[in-house]
Design a binder for this molecule. Structure first.
Ligand code: GMT
Length: 387
């Protein structure tokens, strides 16, 4: 199949999942075109069957805002013609589903060529936060409904979509996944010594995110302080975003400046996860939580909020611990338990790894996308093609 995948290049789970999907589909023999404003963070080296197309959005003195929707639409049309795309798979509804719909209209109006079918994958904030804002809701719901197939990354997000948006589309749940060959624990002793320091009793706590308000970086620091009060520990903050500086200031104000290290955006998280003893994810909302999945694959227990899709990823008390987002004390207590009971830590880490391998590896999930592509291609004319 010829597949175009549209995603954001900024650090975020939707871009990571879309890029991983593109790579796996190319490995499975498809011709894949990845469209984004920049090469996505996990694109990596050349791979046969996978090409990247940059969406350029020129400015103009008359415009006060960049016209990304139009430049992306035009790029989809161009790539669809060049590569005879069968499918355009939009990751994150806003405005990717809209651009894919418009591109289909343009191709259908021109006639004579193939009109790709559109799949939209909903990732979370495109529904729960920005998508349901009154400024976007109508266009978002319309574009989602015009897609030939719609998926959500968790049951929780599917339910939220029907709750937040006036959509009628049949939304199928296809969970996020990992390349489990690459996402496996690989301990680098020198890296461990570099970040843990000389004392082998020091525990490494990690948080990986794009430091947006939903991630609650302030809560990460507060939970860590409670852990640090009970044992030698260091906190690694991986990623960047608007709340990182405030989190570092908060750590400094609590006397933790020497125990907290901000590592910025990192392309390779496996080496860092592999030296960690615990991942904290106290988000206020999380439709899935790719960061939790990556930690579990590296045998790092997770303490997270009981929100959104996280209970579909983490079985509380078995493959990690879940608490109400505001219950900082309980999250800290679970962290202390895990870090001071090696048998519990081992058991949770192993059960988490097993859960990832049973349910969330590419071999299990990617064929579900392929089956959906086949299904929509086999259908009679799509809403777009019939115009
Ligand atoms: O909202 C964000 O933080 C970014 C967004 C993204 O595009 O990466 O994250 C969402 O999509 C991820 C991939 O499906 C999910 O793992 C995240 O849980 C989800 N974030 C939220 O729901 C807050």
């Amino acid at each position: 199949m010829n597949i175009g995948i549209v995603c954001y290049a900024s650090v975020g789970g939707s871009g990571i999942v879309a890029t991983e999907l593109a790579k796996v589909l190319a490995r499975r023999g498809h011709e894949v075109r990845l469209l984004s404003s920049d090469p996505p963070i996990r694109l990596g080296d050349f791979q046969a069957g996978l090409a990247f197309h940059a969406v350029q959005t020129p400015g103009y003195p008359l415009f006060r805002e960049p016209q990304y929707l139009l430049s992306l639409t035009s790029k989809i049309v161009e790539v669809a013609r060049q590569s005879q795309l069968d499918i355009v798979h939009a990751h994150y509804a806003i405005p990717h589903a809209t651009a894919a719909y418009l591109a289909g209209r343009i191709l259908a109006a021109a006639g004579g060529g193939r009109v790709p079918r559109v799949i939209t994958t909903l990732h979370g904030t495109d529904v729960t936060l920005i998508g349901s804002d009154a400024s976007y809701v109508e266009a978002a719901a319309f574009s989602i409904d015009q897609s030939d197939g719609v998926t959500a990354v968790s049951e929780s997000l599917r339910d939220d979509t029907y709750r937040h948006l006036p959509v009628r589309a049949d939304i199928r749940v296809i969970p996020n996944f990992l390349d489990c060959e690459k996402h496996r624990r690989s301990l680098d002793e020198r890296l461990l010594a570099r970040y843990r320091g000389a004392d082998p009793a020091t525990k490494l706590v990690i948080h990986v995110s794009n430091f947006r308000p939903v991630k609650r970086a302030d809560a990460v620091v507060d939970i860590f302080r409670r852990i640090r009060d009970r044992m030698p520990a260091r906190l690694l903050l991986v990623g960047d975003g608007p709340d990182l500086s405030a989190a570092c200031r908060r750590a400094g104000a609590q006397g933790l400046a020497d125990d907290v290290e901000a590592l910025g955006e990192q392309e390779l998280v496996v080496p860092l996860l592999s030296i960690a003893d615990l991942l904290l994810l106290p988000s206020s909302q999380e439709s899935f939580g790719v960061a939790a999945l990556e930690a579990m694959a590296c045998e790092v227990p997770v303490v997270a909020s009981r929100v959104g899709g996280l209970p579909e990823v983490i079985a509380d008390g078995e493959t990690g611990f879940l608490h109400e987002p505001d219950d900082i004390e309980a999250m800290a207590a679970s962290g202390v338990r895990l870090l001071s009971d090696p048998a519990l830590h081992r058991r949770v880490a192993q059960d988490a790894l097993r859960a990832v391998h049973q349910r969330f590896c590419a071999e299990e999930i990617v064929p579900r996308y392929e089956a959906l592509y086949q299904e929509v291609l086999a259908r009679d004319a799509s809403p777009v093609a019939s115009v």
